[in-house]
Design a protein around this ligand. Structure first.
Ligand code: BGC
Length: 330
């Protein structure tokens, strides 16, 4: 009987020992895993953040300025910004690039959302995978993007409308070239423009067509518009390359009396404003858009609160403005 008690006691002790041993092993394992995780995280935090910037068109001079701003911000803040975009404007290509950025789990995405219906679901997919998205140039306000950086496009359209009304004394037949029918920012500019022109009964819009953001298309479209509407005395372009295309068309048709108004400050446009072959241009701040969007992504990844709408300023530039500027600089 005494012996049996001993055996039972020893067995209980043995079982206890095994239990403690197993627990110890499990704990040791867990600790090892935690350390490994911490080490991995440390390696990761030493890695530069990788952002992707998706433009409407890779080699477009306007988007190259956005890229410049983003590159300078990347250098200043020690992150990597990969600039990509379709060779020719194509929303489908942009969406593919967006999907690719999500698949490679980048740290942040900056994208022009050409139209909200197509872009919002993919933007939301990125955000649901903890990849913050900033829209640039064209917003998708109903999506889960963390912020927008760019022009207030309706206001900029109004600005264009006001300078046209002022320079033409509110009289003339107007032909309009927009960058793209698919682009919501272009539609907003057009609507802003029309909302002002509507107040001038002697300003009549004859036609609106798209250049597909190509100088050659802008020229061809402007030529056919001017041929078909001999009474057009004012031509307006609402994206970066349109005014130059219109100018080429009016030169080709020897219609020097047509007054041209445009958008943005690519070199050719500013030169033409200088020599008065373009009356005025509404300039945006693409460099600043690129810079700010990178800065805001970094701020948000560091847990700082950021504004949802970050409008960059626009400005009307005429020959007089250029002269005034030169005087200030001298
Ligand atoms: C617009 C951009 C567009 C570019 C095309 C700019 O005025 O803001 O959306 O991609 O023109 O040239």
């Amino acid at each position: 009987m005494e012996e049996k008690k001993w055996v039972i006691s020893l067995s209980v002790l043995f079982l206890l020992f095994v239990y403690v041993l197993i627990h110890f092993e499990i704990n040791a394992n867990n600790i090892e895993k935690s350390v490994q995780k911490l080490q991995n995280r440390e390696v990761e935090t030493n890695k530069k953040l990788h952002f992707v910037l998706i433009s409407q068109e890779f080699d477009n001079p306007y988007w190259r300025k956005v890229q410049q701003g983003a590159d300078v911000a990347a250098k200043n803040y020690g992150v990597n910004v990969e600039y990509i975009g379709p060779l020719r404007t194509s929303p489908e290509e942009q969406i593919k690039l967006l999907e690719k950025a999500i698949a490679s789990q980048v740290d942040g995405i900056i994208v022009q959302s050409l139209d909200e219906k197509t872009f919002a679901p993919v933007i939301n997919k990125a955000v649901s995978q903890q990849i913050p998205v900033i829209t640039i140039d064209t917003d998708a306000p109903k999506s889960k993007r963390i912020a927008y950086v760019g022009t207030n496009n309706f206001d900029a359209g109004e600005q264009l409308g006001r300078i046209v009304a002022e320079e033409t004394n509110g009289v003339g037949k107007i032909g309009i070239i927009i960058g793209s029918e698919k682009s919501e920012s272009q539609q907003m500019r057009l609507n802003g423009f029309l909302s002002v022109v509507r107040n001038y009964p002697k300003l009549i819009v004859k036609d609106v067509v798209s250049s597909n953001i190509s100088i050659i298309q802008a020229k061809l479209q402007a030529e056919s518009m001017l041929r078909n509407n001999k009474d057009i005395s004012i031509m307006v372009g609402t994206s970066a390359l349109d005014a130059i295309g219109i100018l080429n068309a009016s030169k080709n048709l020897k219609l020097n009396q047509v007054e041209i108004f445009g958008f943005d400050n690519i070199e050719g446009t500013l030169q033409a404003v200088q020599n008065e072959s373009i009356k005025a241009t509404v300039i945006q701040k693409p460099y600043e858009m690129g810079f700010q969007s990178v800065r805001l992504l970094i701020d948000s990844l560091h847990g700082k609160a950021i504004n949802k709408e970050n409008f960059t300023p626009t400005e009307v530039v005429t020959k007089e403005t250029l002269i005034r500027r030169r005087n200030v600089e001298n």
